[in-house]
Design a protein around this ligand. Structure first.
Ligand code: PEP
Ligand code: MN
Length: 263
């Protein structure tokens, strides 16, 4: 059902005043994790000011170590809702398990399925039944075919509002956190009518590489990017090393202008 053979025209996914897909380039930005009211609001203001169309931020975090910050939970969701209302900016946040669905739907505009949950079929069915827009991230070792079949689960459960996200895959390379698979973007754009965005933050894991790979994502035909930003990355509770500072975010938007404005 997500194939171009079934539907030739691009699907546009709308949530709040944001839309992803079709003739535009959407920038979704915000911190990896919601950490406090001040942290979230200050970075949200900056990314909004420079042209982000939606605010990202994790409240339930899938951390490799159980001893690392696990997210603020429902308090984080409330802060996202508050920032969203103050800045007139819809939100994207990760739902990690089916039991969180009701709360997530109350506070969040677009539900992220993280890489580690791309093949959590119960969760895919639950977001499918909810009808909320979904940002589905490619699994760390998932093939493109497996990503498309994960999207089919959501579509088949009744929800066509799906944004696919290439966020880097595991390869033999260790110089960067992951290997951003831009082949996948070009391939997906031919194969499916769903919008495809790129996450250059997790795709590289290196702040200095985020702007060049964002430009590459736009050049290869992605419908947008989702990037991490923090006004004080040294103090960030997760993924500080890949977070764009405020000035770097401004620089990013400057460099993406031809794509954002062509839309
Ligand atoms: C995130 O977006 O912060 C995240 C955990 O992403 P991923 O699931 O791609 O690792
Ligand atoms: Mn992160």
């Amino acid at each position: 059902m997500v194939s171009r053979e079934v539907q030739a025209h691009d699907t546009v996914v709308r949530f709040g005043n944001a839309s992803v897909g079709g003739n535009q380039f959407a920038v979704i930005a915000g911190p990896c994790s919601v950490e406090s009211e001040q942290q979230l609001l200050s970075v949200a203001e900056v990314v909004k000011q420079h042209g982000a169309v939606a605010l990202r931020g994790g409240a339930y975090k899938p951390r490799t170590s159980p001893y690392d910050f696990q997210g603020m939970g429902v308090e984080g969701l409330k802060l996202l809702k508050q920032a969203s209302e103050m800045l007139n900016m819809p939100t994207v946040s990760e739902v990690m398990e089916v039991s969180q669905m009701e709360t997530m739907c109350e506070y969040i505009d677009c539900l992220q399925i993280g890489a580690r949950n791309m093949q959590n079929y119960a969760l895919l069915k639950a977001v499918g039944e909810s009808k909320k827009p979904v940002l589905l991230k490619r699994g760390l070792s998932a093939t493109i075919e497996e990503l498309l079949l994960a999207a089919e689960y959501i579509y088949d459960a009744g929800n066509p509002n799906i944004i696919l996200c290439e966020r880097g895959i595991r390869t033999f390379e260790t110089a960067t956190r992951n290997t951003l698979d831009l082949n996948a973007v070009a391939f997906l754009k031919q194969k499916t009518h769903l919008p495809v965005v790129v996450d250059p933050s997790h795709g590289t894991g290196v702040r200095e590489l985020v702007i060049p790979l964002s430009r590459a994502a736009a050049a290869v035909g992605a419908d947008g990017i989702i990037v991490e930003s923090h006004l004080n990355p040294g103090e960030a509770l997760s993924d500080g090393h890949q977070a764009l500072t405020g000035p770097m975010f401004q620089q990013l938007m400057q460099e993406l202008k031809p794509f954002v404005e062509a839309a």
